[in-house]
Each structure stands twice: as C-alpha cells, then as structure tokens.
Design a binder for this molecule. Structure first.
Ligand SMILES: [Fe+2]
Length: 440
C-alpha cells in the first residue's frame, strides 16, 4: 500500500485528516513510535509481592510487568515460546514462583527463563535447545523507572528514560513531592474505557484550554450555581464542588494561563487548582509537609503551578490530584484508556479522599465531564472519516504568536493551538524516516 509523504500530511498550522483515520499510518505509528519509545507500564506498587504481575500492551505487543525474587521489576513479552499462547490471560494477579502455560505446561522462571518442558523425551534428536533464548520468554529491550513509575522500551537503542522524559519528568516529581514521604502508592483499581476515536484526540484535548468553556459548560455552570447556594446557606461548600464548577471558567480566564510545550510533544498546562484551602485537614497536611521538608521546600512543592502534564504520546498526569491516564491504542479509530489515581504516602486520609473525588467526579467515564469529552472525540472521528467533507484539521489559533526559547514553545495565550502544533512537530520527527522510506 502506498503511503502519503510527510509534507502532504502535516503543515505548520494544519494536518491532513488521514493521520487520524488511515490504518496504514496507524500501523507505522505503532512500529515507529510506540514500539520504539519509552512506554509507561505501571507503578511499582501495582506489583508489590514476588510473582505479582500486570499485563499491558506496548504498541501491538502483549507484555507483562512482573515482580522478581530480588525485588526488581521486569517487563516480558506475554507469550509462550512453544506455540505463542499468552501466559497471563488476566489483567493482573500473582503467578507464584513462575509462569506456566495453560496449553502444554511449558513453565518459566519469573525472569522469563525456561524452567521446564514436559515430556522431554519427545524432543530428543530435534533442534529444540532449552539453553537457546528462543525457548525462554523474551524481555523488553530496556526497562527503567523514575520515582516508582516503570517504563519499558522495545528498542535496544535510543535516548534513556530521563532524556526521553526531559522536563516533563516534573509530572512524577510533583506527584511524589506532595507526599511527606516522597512516594505515592497506586490505588490498584482503574477505570478502563475504550474510546472510539484515534489516540491523538485525547492527547490534543488534555491541554486544550479552549474547549472546557464549551464542552463542559453544561456541567460547570450548574455546579457553580449549586456551589454558590451551598456557600450562601452554610458559609462554605465542600471542595469537590470546585472540581466541577472550575469547568465554568471563562475563555478570558483560560487565556490567562500558559501552556509550556517541550520537545518530543510533552507539555504542561499551568494553572493553580485552588487546592490549598485553610480547613483543618489542609492545615494538618501542610504541617506534615513542613516537618518533612522544611518551610521553604514544602512551600515550593505545594505551590507548583501545574494543571496537567502530558508525556507524549500516551500519558496525561494531573499531579496535584494524583491522577494519571494512560493510552493503549488498539486501532486508528479505537483507543483503550486506563484511568488511575494514587495515594500520597504519609498524608492524612482526608487528602486522599480529594484524589478519589476527582477520580470519580471528573475522570470516571460515569461523569458528565469525561462523557462529554468522549462524545466529542467519537463525533470527531466520524467527521474525519468522511472522505468528501474536507481534508484538513485546523490548528491556526495564535499561530505565529508562539515564543520559542531553548527548544521549548511557550504559548502567548492559554487557548493557543500551539499544543497541537507541538505534538505534530514531535509526531513528524518520529514518523519522518518511516514515511520517507515508504516513498523510496
Ligand atoms: Fe474536556
């Protein structure tokens, strides 16, 4: 199948609709982005005990993250080298001291090395060699972690994890630094949602400060009315009203925030989320933080101006509320998202309840916030699949007004579409060699 040139797909201020819809382009993305770059696998606390595992997709590859006897975490291909059957059929669990294939009982140590092949005599005189790596489970080429967040790359070569993350590693610093112990622990149940849209819709949406005042107005405005009524009646409204009423923020207010767009498509939507009221729970928590880090450092950690951090092409981290959403693309028009939240180790239970509220009130697929986004992305996918309705997707807003310093693009306005332009700059860098090769 012939592929279009990069130049015909991506222009500085617009992109061709086929980057969202063409299965051949999706296939190239899997091979040249997802199966090469560092991909988030999970948090170490998802697999606390020896033998605990968690399965995931990296691009099109079925993988399993598993805790080893020596305490380390490995990421293996979830495939028996005998007939190819997946060794872990469940999303998570404990596999004991090793993996056993449910088909013919080949078994493997937790590091993937073959342990036993039943009925050995049938293999005598054949080419099968238990000492050959082909008889063992294959490992991800590289595995690394940062502050408990585990990543794997299926490519032997390329930048290291910290180089890949660059300044976007603040997502994990901000999350962990808000714990008096400097660590977070995953809440081991996530929402899993299949979005009927290309993965790029989600990534663009996360730092899109232009959309909340439209898409989420129907939730934000009534929530603000109720919040004001509760305040008038009772003097104060619980903090969780603010999570929804914040979506009634005006365009002007959103324009006053800034997006910071790093190399490789990562970025930050700044803005303070108003999470420092002076109620007894917050005061108790801030006291613990000051005891742990001292006045100056605690203030630095608690006042970071972050709304979302995006690790391109798959992660959206709302670090001040310990939320993390991760994409696993399934097809050009289908994307699995995992929605996680975390507990700040050493912080009072009341502070954890705030993360849980946000998880359930905003990021859960059962809320009006997430549901309204999902509807937009599905309708967007349908619109772009129409072959005669128009070819281009516009990212013109504030084009030419971006300020670049040391490879970082700063928006002049919060609602600038520099976010999408920056993501497609990264996309082009990942995809250029493959598209050029397809042209040759
Ligand atoms: Fe939204």
């Amino acid at each position: 199948m012939s592929l279009p040139s990069l130049q015909s797909l991506v222009e500085p201020d617009r992109v061709h609709r086929s980057v969202y819809t063409d299965p051949a382009i999706f296939d190239l993305e899997m091979r040249n982005i997802w199966e090469r770059t560092w991909v988030y696998c999970g948090h170490e606390s998802q697999v606390p005990q020896v033998g605990d595992y968690h399965t995931l997709q990296i691009g099109r590859q079925p993988m399993v993250m598993v805790r080893q006897k020596d305490g380390s975490v490995r990421v293996l291909y979830n495939r028996c080298p005998h007939r190819g059957v997946q060794l872990c059929g469940n999303q998570r669990g404990n596999t004991g001291t090793g993996f056993v294939c449910s088909y013919h009982a080949w078994s493997f140590h937790l590091d993937g090395k073959v342990r036993a092949i039943p009925l050995k005599q049938g293999y005598e005189g054949t080419r099968l060699d238990m000492g050959h790596p082909d008889c063992s489970m294959k490992s991800a080429a590289r595995v690394d972690s940062y502050r408990g967040f585990v990543f794997a790359s299926l490519a032997d070569e390329g930048p290291g994890l910290l180089e890949f993350l660059g300044d976007a590693k603040v997502a994990f610093d901000d999350m962990c630094d808000r714990s008096p112990l400097g660590e977070v622990e995953v809440v081991p149940v996530c929402h899993r949602v299949v979005q009927h849209s290309n993965w790029k819709f989600f990534m663009e949406n996360q730092l899109d400060a232009l959309h909340p005042s439209v898409t989420h107005q129907s939730t934000g405005v009534p929530a603000r009315r109720v919040e004001q009524r509760v305040k008038a009646d009772q003097g104060a409204a619980p903090l969780f009203f603010h999570y929804l009423s914040a979506f009634a923020t005006s365009f002007d207010q959103w324009d006053s925030v800034q997006t910071v767009n790093f190399p490789r498509g990562h970025g930050i939507l700044k803005a303070y989320m108003g999470l420092r009221p002076t109620d007894p729970d917050t005061v108790a928590y801030e006291t613990l933080m000051k005891q742990a880090y001292g006045e100056h450092k605690a203030e630095e950690f608690l006042s970071r101006s972050i709304h979302h951090v995006l690790i391109y092409p798959y992660l959206s981290v709302q670090s001040p509320l310990q939320q993390l959403r991760c994409l696993r693309p399934l097809a050009a028009d289908k994307t699995l998202s995992e929605i996680w939240h975390f507990r700040l180790k050493g912080a009072p239970e009341a502070i954890y309840r705030r993360s849980l509220w946000y998880f359930n009130l905003v990021n859960s697929p059962a809320t009006m916030i997430n549901a309204d986004d999902l509807e937009n992305w599905t309708k967007g996918q349908w619109g772009l699949q129409a072959s005669m309705a128009g070819d281009w997707v516009s990212f013109h807003r504030n084009h030419g007004g971006d300020e670049e310093r040391d490879g970082v693009l700063y928006s002049n306005k919060g609602t600038s579409e520099v976010v999408m332009r920056s993501q497609f700059k990264a996309w082009s860098e990942y995809m250029a060699p493959a598209l050029a090769a397809a042209q040759a």
